[in-house]
Ligand binder design. Structure first.
Ligand code: PLP
Length: 374
């Protein structure tokens, strides 16, 4: 990113001078690299956004403004979704007079996608599923969900914010229609996210946002403004895009590809298993989500007795341990789990090791002793 800023700092697709052409080529290559990472059919299916939230919003708005979601349509999401995969659909449903149907969670916070066939109907236009929960780490069977959704003519949107950084995600194998994820969760910079969509849909759909870069030609004809939209992905990337951030994300993706996503996943699985077993040693700790590590990925959320999660977070910070605490933008799920104050979340990546977990456990042990004495 530093060298791009120094040597190729120019806008893309707007100039015939060398630096602009080089910047454009690097930006196009970034689409190609990211597309290959998720096994897209074409680089044209990769739309850069600011983050997952904006990517899901873009998918939802596109489906609304093209009339795919309208009065009486149904949208299915689960109670365990991150707000990024809930609120855009709620908003779109309100605008369109469509209906949101919720897949309930069980006592472990696992979404009951097994009852999808009881909820889905011919009116269902979208099933939007969080691939991996950012609270429980539970991995949903997206392939199976897509199989059922497609039988009813529904599209399948996947929130991959917690899956794409941690495992091999193959859009063809999953047989999905849209996928959203963020750069900052996979060694990339902030301010860059991706919406992947099947080219057959992107070709047909008009973009909800217009502006520079989205059109091939605009003409004033008999007092009418006629718009000829550009090809995807450009027609969906309105205005000057996050160029440097896209270059940063493509470098991060190349780095992760060299490591191998299978290796990233197995490393995290070992750490998750270890964390679950070590946390199990502590008295008064409640782990959220399934105990079986094969059903979850890279995240362990928990609570220590009735201590407020933010207090636990501050205590761990004094040991230089960085964890998230709070409701993690998943309020409904926490309420359903009876943890309305939230939880503490340890999340792992390729740079973590067992010693990090040992330090976490030692610090928690000290906290428990201190609290039981007071
Ligand atoms: C499952 C899930 N979905 C969506 C998001 C939103 O990501 P962003 O804030 O990058 O838009 C997150 C981020 O925490 C997440 O964990």
């Amino acid at each position: 990113m530093r060298s791009f800023s120094k040597l190729r700092y120019a806008n893309v697709h707007r100039g015939a001078y060398r630096v602009s052409l080089e910047a454009s080529k690097a930006y196009e290559d970034a689409h190609e690299i990211v597309g290959r990472h998720i096994n897209a059919w074409s680089w044209e299916e990769v739309i850069f956004t600011r983050n997952t939230t904006e990517a899901i919003q873009l998918a939802a708005l596109t489906l609304l403004t093209n009339g795919f979601i309208s009065e009486g349509s149904e949208i299915i999401v689960s109670e365990s979704e991150h707000h990024s995969n809930l609120l855009p659909w709620v908003r779109i449903a309100r605008l369109a007079k469509a209906k949101i149907k919720l897949i309930p969670v069980n006592s472990e916070g696992i979404p009951r996608w097994d009852i999808l066939e009881d909820l889905i109907s011919e009116k269902t236009r979208v099933v939007s599923v969080g691939h991996v929960s950012n609270v429980t780490g539970y991995k949903s069977d997206v392939r199976r969900i897509a199989e059922i959704a497609h039988k009813y003519g529904s599209l399948v949107v996947v929130d991959g914010a917690q899956s794409v950084p941690h495992m091999k995600v193959n859009v063809r194998e999953l047989n999905i229609d849209f996928l959203a994820f963020s750069g900052h969760k996979m060694l990339g910079p902030t301010g860059i996210g991706v919406l992947w969509g099947r080219l057959e849909y992107l070709n047909k759909l008009e973009p909800p946002l217009g502006g520079g870069g989205t059109v091939r030609r605009v003409k004033l004809e008999s007092n009418n403004i006629n718009i000829e939209w550009n090809n995807p992905p450009w027609k969906f990337e309105a205005g000057t895009p996050p160029i440097i951030e896209a270059i940063g994300l493509s470098e991060a993706v190349s780095y992760l590809s060299r490591i191998g996503m299978e290796n990233v996943e197995s490393h995290e699985r070992i750490l998750t298993e270890y964390t679950l077993s070590r946390l199990g040693e502590l008295e008064g700790v409640r782990i959220l989500g399934p105990r079986d590590s094969s059903r979850r990925l890279g995240i362990v959320s928990f609570n220590v007795r009735s201590i407020d999660p933010s207090m636990v977070g501050a205590w761990l910070d004094s040991y230089n341990i960085a964890v998230r605490s709070g409701l993690h933008c998943a309020h409904i799920l926490h309420d359903k789990l009876g943890e309305s104050n939230g939880s503490v979340r340890a999340s792992f990546y390729i740079y973590n090791c067992r010693e990090d977990i040992d330090k976490l456990i030692d610090a928690l042990k000290e906290l428990i002793v201190k609290v039981s004495r007071s």
